[in-house]
Design a protein around this ligand. Sequence first.
Ligand code: LMG
Ligand code: NDP
Ligand code: PMR
Length: 399
Amino acid sequence: MALQAASLVSPALSVPKEGKSCVCLKDSSFFGISFSDHLKSEFTSSTLRCKIELNQQIGAIRAQTAATTTPAVNKAAPDGKKTLRKGSVVVTGASSGLGLATAKALAETGKWHVIMACRDFLKAERAAKSAGIAKENYTVMHLDLASLDSVRQFVDNFRQSGRPLDVLVCNAAVYLPTAKEPTFTAEGFELSVGTNHLGHFLLSRLLLEDLNKSDYPSRRLIIVGSITGNTNTLAGNVPPKANLGDLRGLAGGLNGLNSSSMIDGGEFDGAKAYKDSKVCNMLTMQEFHRRYHEETGITFASLYPGCIATTGLFREHIPLFRLLFPPFQKYITKGYVSEEEAGKRLAQVVSEPSLTKSGVYWSWNKNSASFENQLSQEASDVEKARKVWELSEKLVGLA
Ligand code: LMG
Ligand code: NDP
Ligand code: PMR
């Protein structure tokens, strides 16, 4: 029932709309995905669709129970008006910075229950409390993206909670600009790409099934990107520049033993590894879009929220950098945004009806109006996206 209702509601609501805040469309070619590319991905996608459908049947009893008790759109309100249940959104890395600000912005609307997926339970609880997020609007659940076992455990725990999944936000990240030597995840992947890309890759691949089951009108999978991964910008040209090369390091498992710890096979560089991981995030979003948007109606999106120069992301940088970076961004580049403003931007991508277009990399102009931004050549390379996807699924044990 609920799933049928979903299929009636979602397509209508997932039709791209011109939002009032969408001021420019620079990136039309990016959406001109050729038909042959689509066909190429069709085989894999239909195989996976079978898996999703099978899993839907397995999970049907729980989904039906959850959905019959709390259908997304309730038509039985006394005044005859349709009401929408609270949305259920998972935000990774919601214990600080952008993730926390987004959780707060969403919770404050009263329309969302935020599952804060964090590696440090106590820190997340404290952060939610000090941000003033009301108890009934959030749940902290443990997730360490630097361990694939933890990712799988999180997915199990989330499913056991019985909550639907309406939106997934892949936000968490680490940045290790001063590291001289690579460090590694539990499975032995270089830590920045392992956490920011591979952990999120497994999480989002597993949770796609849950998103697909949701009867919420607009289901979304959002992966946070960044300007510094895009070499078509000034910020993206500050060395070391992102460059995935021919992916030989990724193919070798990024373990620093029999393969390089860097995706392109080069010498370890923490700042580059971070930027490379952001390119992977943006490529993954587009590959999801190509493989699954049409069949599921799910919106896949990425964004650059602005330079939030005060967050914990820069905790590993030298103190002088941490001191000078915020005024540099505020007064010189003028790219600075507060955590609060950035949180509102990401919250828009989660819930604004005008931002349902899929395959988009959102940015904001000086007046804080959203627009579809253009990705660099590498970050929009269709062939590279497919290769990153295929190599990543091997590394995380999905293929
Ligand atoms: C790499 O260095 C590191 O090797 C790597 O480990 C990792 O950290 C990586 O991307 C991260 O960076 C890259 C290198 C880029 O950066 C540096 O060497 C440090 C630059 C520091 C910039 C941080 C902002 C600090 C700016 C201070 C401004 C003060 C603001 C207060 C108001 C002052 C009013 C006047 O190096 C390069 O790319 C070199 C190219 C540099 C050209 C820059 C030209 C742009 C001009 C912009 C004006 C910047 C102001 C300069 C002031 C310098 C004062 C320290
Ligand atoms: P923060 O360091 O404040 O937040 C990062 C979050 O990720 C923290 O909650 C951190 O947890 C969490 N995290 C790190 N490692 C793991 C892990 N292994 N498992 C689970 N969670 C983990 O940085 P920001 O808020 O700035 O970064 C958020 C996102 O925004 C990132 O994707 C970043 O790339 C992106 N971004 C940031 C920009 C900026 O200027 N700051 C600009 C563009 C994009 P804990 O609290 O436990 O450390
Ligand atoms: Mg950058 C319009 C110019 C602009 C913007 C929007 C950013 C964003 N940066 C800009 C310019 C410059 N930066 C210039 C001219 C320089 C040389 C002085 C410069 C330097 C610089 C450094 C050293 N910038 C940095 C660093 C970092 O260590 C940050 C980084 O690369 O992290 C990966 C960073 C950033 N600059 C940004 C943004 C958003 C960052 C944070 C990185 C991110 O999350 O992607």
